[in-house]
Design a protein around this ligand. Structure first.
Ligand code: SAH
Ligand code: SF4
Length: 380
C-alpha cells in the first residue's frame, strides 16, 4: 500500500476540516513536484508537520541500496517495503530520453529458469501505488540530478505485469493522468499471458507490447518459459494477432540469445516465420548468466549471424548494448542477494570484476546485466 494508491477523495478525507484547495495542493505536491508531503512549503507549518507524520502518506518503500553504472547514466535501486518485500527499480538516461524500468510484482511465479527473478519465486503483487511510487522515485531522482523529468516507462523489472493486470493497468492510468507520461511512451513486457494480452487488446490505453518469446517451437519454449505449457505458441500467436489487428500497434518479440540453445540459424529462420505475418519487431539480447542458470549468452559473432538471418528473412531487428553491465547482475539478483543477507556491494563488486569462473559456461560469459535494463534499452 502506497500513498499513490490514494484517490483524491481519500486525500480529502485526510485533509478533513481544511479548505478544499489543500487537496489540489497535496495532489500537485505528490504528482507534479514529486515532493514529500512534509516538504510542501505552500502548506501552513502545522498542517505540513501533520501530513509529514501521517502514516497513510508515508513512502511504501525505503531505498536500501543504490548502484550506478554507465558513468552514472544508469541508476538501480533496491527498495524494501515494511513487510520485507523487495523490489528493483532502474533509471536510465539516454541522449534523448529518460526511462524508468519498474517492477510489477515482488518476485515472479512464472519460473523461467534463466531469470534471477524467476529463480526467487513469487512473493506478492505490488499495488498500483507501489508501481507509481517507483516511477516517482526515478523521476524525482532524475530531476535531482538535473536530468529533467522522466518521459518513458518500461514494465520490465521484477515480475510479470499481465499476472497483475488490474494494478498494472491502474498504475498506467495514474502515470498517464497524474504524472503526464504518455501511454505511447510506456512498454509492457510479458512472458505470454494470453488472457492478459487479449484484455490489453481490448483496452483503449495505447501502451506498447513486447512479448518475451525466446523460442519459436513449443518443445524449446516449454523448457525455457514454462508458462508455454499453459499457453503454447499457437495460442500465444493468435492472441498477438488479435492485439495487432485490434490496436494497430507494433508488437515486439524479445529474444534472449543463449549460446547453443536458441541462437542457431534454424532458430532464426523459425522466428522469422512467426514474426513476419505479425509485422513484429525483434529485439535481441545475449542472455546474462544468473546464479541459477549457468549458461552463457551468445557471443558477438553468433548474435550478428542471428540478426543477419532475421534480416534476410525480412524482419526488423535490433541489437542494443546493454545498460548496467557492471552493476548488480541480472534483474532480481541484487534483491535476491540481499534476501540471502549478502551485502549488495559484494554483488556489485563481483559484477564489476566479472562473475566467478564457475558461472561462466563458456567464453561468452560476462558480468550479468539487469535483463530489465537490457530489454528496456531495446525498447524504450
Ligand atoms: N515478466 C516479463 C517482464 C519482466 S522480464 C517478461 O518476462 O517479459 C523482462 C525481460 O528480461 C524479459 O524479456 C525476460 O525474458 C528478460 N530476461 C530475464 N532474465 C534474463 C537474463 N538472464 N538475460 C537476458 N534477459 C533476461
Ligand atoms: Fe517472470 Fe519475466 Fe523472469 Fe519469466 S522472465 S520469471 S516471466 S520476470
Amino acid at each position: 500500500m502506497s500513498r499513490y494508491d490514494l484517490s483524491r477523495s481519500q486525500l480529502a478525507e485526510l485533509l478533513a476540516g481544511e479548505p478544499s484547495y489543500r487537496v489540489d495542493q497535496l495532489w500537485d505536491g505528490l504528482y507534479r513536484q514529486l515532493a514529500e508531503p512534509g516538504e510542501l512549503t505552500e502548506l501552513p507549518g502545522g498542517l505540513r508537520r501533520r501530513l509529514g507524520g501521517e502514516p497513510f502518506l508515508a513512502p511504501a518503500f525505503a531505498v536500501v541500496d543504490e548502484v550506478q553504472s554507465d558513468g552514472g547514466a544508469t541508476v538501480k535501486w533496491v527498495q524494501a517495503a515494511t513487510d520485507g518485500t523487495r523490489v528493483e527499480t532502474v533509471l536510465m538516461r539516454y541522449r534523448d530520453r529518460l526511462t524508468a524500468c519498474v517492477s510489477s510484482q515482488a518476485g515472479c511465479a512464472m519460473g523461467c529458469g534463466f531469470c534471477a527473478t524467476g529463480q526467487m519465486g513469487f512473493s506478492r503483487q505490488l499495488t498500483a501505488g507501489e508501481i507509481v511510487e517507483q516511477v516517482v522515485l526515478a523521476s524525482r531522482s532524475s530531476l535531482g540530478r538535473g536530468w529533467g523529468r522522466l518521459g518513458n516507462i518500461v514494465f520490465m523489472g521484477m515480475g510479470e505485469p499481465l499476472a497483475n493486470y488490474r494494478h498494472v493497468r491502474e498504475a498506467i492510468g495514474r502515470c498517464n493522468d497524474a504524472l503526464g507520461i504518455g501511454a505511447r511512451s510506456m512498454t509492457l513486457s510479458t512472458v505470454g499471458i494470453v488472457p492478459g494480452i487479449r484484455r490489453l487488446a481490448g483496452d483503449p490505453i495505447q501502451v506498447n507490447l513486447a512479448v518475451s518469446l525466446h523460442a519459436a517451437n513449443d518443445s524449446l519454449r516449454n523448457e525455457l518459459v514454462p508458462i508455454n505449457r499453459r499457453y503454447p505458441l499457437a495460442v500465444l500467436l493468435d492472441a498477438c494477432r488479435e492485439y495487432v489487428e485490434r490496436t494497430r500497434r507494433r508488437l515486439s518479440f524479445e529474444w534472449a540469445l543463449i549460446a547453443g540453445v536458441n541462437d542457431g540459424s534454424a532458430d532464426a529462420a523459425e522466428l522469422a516465420e512467426l514474426a513476419r505475418p505479425l509485422g513484429a519487431h525483434v529485439n535481441l539480447i545475449p542472455l546474462n548468466p544468473t546464479p541459477g542458470y549457468l549458461v552463457a549468452g551468445s557471443d558477438r559473432r553468433a548474435v550478428l549471424r542471428f540478426r543477419d538471418t532475421l534480416r534476410e528473412g525480412g524482419i526488423n531487428v535490433t541489437i542494443r548494448n546493454t545498460r548496467g553491465r557492471d552493476i548488480a547482475g541480472a534483474c532480481g539478483q541484487l534483491a535476491a542477494g540481499r534476501a540471502r543477507q549478502e551485502p549488495a556491494s559484494l554483488l556489485a563488486g563481483s559484477a564489476r570484476r566479472g562473475p566467478p569462473a564457475s558461472l561462466q559456461a563458456g567464453s561468452a560469459g560476462r558480468p550479468g546485466t539487469a535483463p530489465s535494463m537490457a530489454a528496456a534499452e531495446r525498447l524504450a
